[in-house]
Write a protein that binds this ligand. Sequence first.
Ligand code: NAD
Ligand code: UGA
Length: 476
Amino acid sequence: IPNQVKTITCIGAGYVGGPTMAVIAKNCPHIRVNVVDINPERIAAWNDTDLEKLPIYEPGLKEVVAEARGRNLFFSTDVDQGIRDGQMIFISVNTPTKTYGTGKGMAADLKYVELCARQIAKVAQEDKIVVEKSTLPVRTAESIKRILQAEDTEHNFAILSNPEFLAEGTAIDDLQHADRMLIGGEEDENGQRAIEALVNVYANWIPRERLITTRVWSSELSKLTANAVLAQRVSSINAISALCERTGADVDEVAHAIGMDSRIGPKFLKASVGFGGSCFQKDILNLVYLCRHFNLPEVADYWEQVVKLNDYQKHRFAKNIVDSLFNTVSGKKITFLGWAFKKDTNDTRESAAIYVAKELLDDHAEIHVYDPKVTKEQIFKDLEYLLTQKGDCHSEGSEAMRNLLQRVTVHTSPYPAMDEAHAIAVLTEWDEFKTYDWKEIYNNMHKPAFIFDGRNILNAKELAEIGFSYKGIGKG
Ligand code: NAD
Ligand code: UGA
């Protein structure tokens, strides 16, 4: 096992694989970085000469890709060639919640990871360092190693766990200035050499004291724990937001007051319509599943409550809209500002907007959506997926689905989206929403004109002065 590498291959060119490898390539011009994926459209988009067409939107990403692509950063669909070329192979494929069989709805589906392990074993022609970049349940490294060794008895494989902590929308900055980089490895000599090889990669731009090395299991568990604790903070403040609305307290004032305590800290205490994103819910459910598996029901229930509270928050937001609009939204135009799960990303996975839209559609609302980065196709795909998953419609082209979706209109500019609306709901905290001419918007809406600010980003006082009926989260 080498303790220095000259070639890296990453399997999976998604939200993690793409930006992570682009930043490694930028900072390590002496290392050739190949990113491979089975999805040809994704790879074509990564290779597009028009950098606006990269498959994901992240501030700063196109500059990094422009610098490194073609120099030492390459995107390809040839997975086998990538595996042969890479001395170090990152597995950065998706690990969604299982939708079938044992652990359905809770456990992580590891089929893509297992396929990668089998393919590595099949085509490897030398010793390899295999790095888990995907978020995985504790002890997955052990399974990967068993598969590799069973399929290929000729070569050595060292497995590292190197979870990714980047957040979308700030991925490039998070990667460039990581709080820490965690590397878990085995304690034997090969394991230690592999750790050294990966430390040597990151040390090109991350200060050594921020490179933490641990045992494999600790590293795997730290990733799930970090996401669970972050999500728990959001659910905690969201729980208090409900109480604020009943008592007349203001959740932003409460968050500010508690955040000044240096033990609590000010970050990640922003009350909202509920957390979304591809990972928080998935990783907590995975943690809950693990706890149940290890016969720790009390621990499992404790973490599960974070997800339940989040579902409650999304439902509360939708219900508040219906209640405020005189108990019926049937036939009323409700405009969603934002569809992405947070600002500065085009990612919509598990976005609260999808769930709120579904509840309002169930109540026969007419939903109009404007998001600066999310496409119409994506919005319909999200709704179709949720509606089939919840059993409202059997298939994507069914009549029931068509009936529901004909009440959804997606706009490419904000003002027409809000014309003659009965209510506006802010679902994502895009900065541009704060700059709109709210007086003009008010004049073109039905009265009373409602705003439900699911992100507390608009100026409540100003809007009330214009005449809006403004409702923020956790505002008494
Ligand atoms: P993604 O769905 O955007 O990308 C995964 C890619 O892997 C897809 O393009 C898919 O085509 C490809 N793929 C799947 N199987 C393959 C195979 N056998 N061979 C080649 N390519 C294959 O997922 P993501 O958001 O990048 O997440 C990847 C992992 O990273 C997950 O485990 C996730 O939990 C974790 N993670 C995600 C984030 C995030 O912000 N999205 C942050 C930290 C960790
Ligand atoms: C999160 C973690 O922050 C990353 O460290 C981790 O790597 C990643 O998950 C992952 O494993 O996928 P991400 O989901 O991209 O990153 O974005 P966050 O900034 O964490 O936001 C998650 C959700 O919580 C968003 O919907 C956001 O709007 C919401 N949120 C966040 C709040 O409602 N309030 C807050 O104070 C913070």
